[in-house]
Design a protein around this ligand. Structure first.
Ligand code: FAD
Length: 421
């Protein structure tokens, strides 16, 4: 009987946004949760950010908000919203036939509902802070999953304790678990090991587009000025400069600056890398108005010093093995960012997964029955979630064409006009 009141030990691998939310859901249900993260605590200012970029501004949408809301801690949602900016639609920048700069607002929703611009790092930190308040959570930073046996429910991690001396090796530890949630991103080690246990179909594709981050500085404001005047362009839009083959976007940050992203085929990145001085001219041709927001020298230095990063799209199925493991978020379905749904879909994974777990497991389920109940829940989860995850990957790929080209086509505009009538 004593065994039957034992609490299940859940390992969450990856403390990114999806892993952090999954850990919150598991802790709220009374699991003993251990979170293992490869990097150091991202709340420590010396931690290298993911992708080596300063920040990613994300569009948080209803799909993700619903999953946050269902964690049922209103205070957390309030804290998250306090650091977001409503995005009512997209603003398409261009030039008219007289060569004048144009802006065209396209609302996301005829009823005025919005998405929200959020800083990925800031959002992740709030989730980690929330986790820290829960008594049944333990963090293990600088722990990298290197192996797993999903039949014996054992996982292996190397522990990084700083620079190694010659001849020294990183310590490896073995951890037992009842349930392991892999939220370790697009290059997931959990997924890699899961493949040895289940007949996982797997497909990955690098699209021929790279991305690079730029920055529009906030305007200096004087005491007494309207604080909103620090935004150089409208803060409530996702700004798009469509360039057919390329695209430049900007999303407002809370401090009045904008985080911008250039998406472009790799050949163009290579070509411009050999002649970075031509970048301002390139921008004036394809993204009119940007050089009045970002000084040409800053454009060149961002392009030459920030990484040019790839975009991967991953589909796989199933997402689980037996009762012991499941993958969520980018680990299960990394997608190109053009639909603004990667993290939102990952949050939704957490919500859907725990709906299935709650269907089969309650606080009175004896410990001896947990594994068989969890196996049923995971099987139903994989079955339902695969089609949705694949669909959103496809939509994300399709939306690249819409954002970089179709948003300016007369046909698209006419269709949009009729829809709104
Ligand atoms: P990650 O954020 O990748 O986190 C994985 C974590 O696991 C990391 O902390 C990593 O260090 C850790 N880890 C990795 N390997 C191991 C290991 N072996 N052991 C232990 N830990 C490990 N999404 C949106 O919803 N809206 C947007 O507007 C949006 N815009 C985007 C714009 C760009 C330019 C990009 C690149 C992405 C965008 N996304 C957007 C996607 C979003 O960033 C990802 O979907 C989201 O970060 C995935 O979260 P995750 O927690 O699943 O994975």
């Amino acid at each position: 009987m004593a065994k039957d009141i034992k609490r299940q030990k859940t390992l969450v691998v990856g403390a990114g946004p999806v892993g952090a939310l999954a850990a919150l859901y598991a802790a709220q249900r009374g699991h003993d949760v251990e979170v293992y993260e490869l990097r150091s605590d991202l709340r420590d200012p010396s931690t290298t950010p993911l992708n080596f970029t300063k920040s990613i501004n994300l569009a948080l949408s209803e799909r993700g908000i619903n999953a946050l809301r269902n964690f049922s801690q209103p205070a957390l949602l309030e804290k998250i919203f306090a650091e977001t900016i409503p995005l009512a639609g997209r603003m398409i920048h261009g030039k008219n036939s007289a060569g004048q700069l144009t802006e065209q607002s396209q609302a996301y929703d005829i009823h005025g509902r919005t998405n929200f611009a959020a800083d990925r790092g800031g959002l992740n930190k709030l989730l980690l802070d929330e986790l820290e308040t829960m008594p049944n959570i333990k963090f293990f930073f600088n722990h990298k999953l290197t192996g797993a046996d999903f039949r014996k429910n054992k996982a292996w991690f190397t522990v990084s304790r700083g620079k190694l001396q010659p001849g020294e090796r990183e310590e490896e530890i073995e951890i037992d678990f009842d349930f392991l949630i892999g939220a370790d991103g697009a290059h997931s080690a959990v997924r890699y090991h899961l493949m040895k246990y289940t007949r996982m179909d797997y497909q990955q594709e690098y699209i021929d587009t790279l991305w690079c981050e730029f920055h529009i500085d906030a305007k200096a404001v004087q005491p007494g000025d309207d604080p909103n005047s620090r935004f150089r362009i409208d803060r409530n839009h996702l700004h798009i400069w469509p360039g057919k083959e390329f695209m430049f976007i900007a999303i407002a940050s809370f401090d009045g600056s904008f985080t911008c992203t250039l998406f472009m085929p790799s050949a163009h990145f290579s070509q411009l890398s050999t002649t970075p001085d031509t970048l301002p001219e390139f921008f004036d041709n394809y993204f009119p108005g940007v050089t009045s927001l970002i000084p040409p020298q800053d454009l060149i230095s961002s392009f030459t010093s920030n990484p040019h990063l790839p975009l991967i799209s991953i589909k796989c199925s199933p997402f689980h093995f037996s009762s012991s493991a499941v993958i969520l978020g980018d680990a299960a379905h990394a997608m190109v960012p053009f639909y603004g749904q990667g993290m939102n879909a990952g949050f939704e994974d957490v919500f859907v997964l725990f709906q299935f777990l709650d269907k089969h497991i309650s606080s009175s389920t004896p410990f001896s029955e947990l594994a068989s109940s969890r196996a049923k829940a995971l099987s139903e989860y994989s079955k339902q979630r695969t089609e949705d995850a694949h669909a959103i990957n496809d939509l994300a790929l399709q939306n690249y064409k819409e954002m970089r080209a179709d948003v300016t086509s007369p046909l698209y505009l006419a269709r949009k006009y009729l829809e709104e009538k």
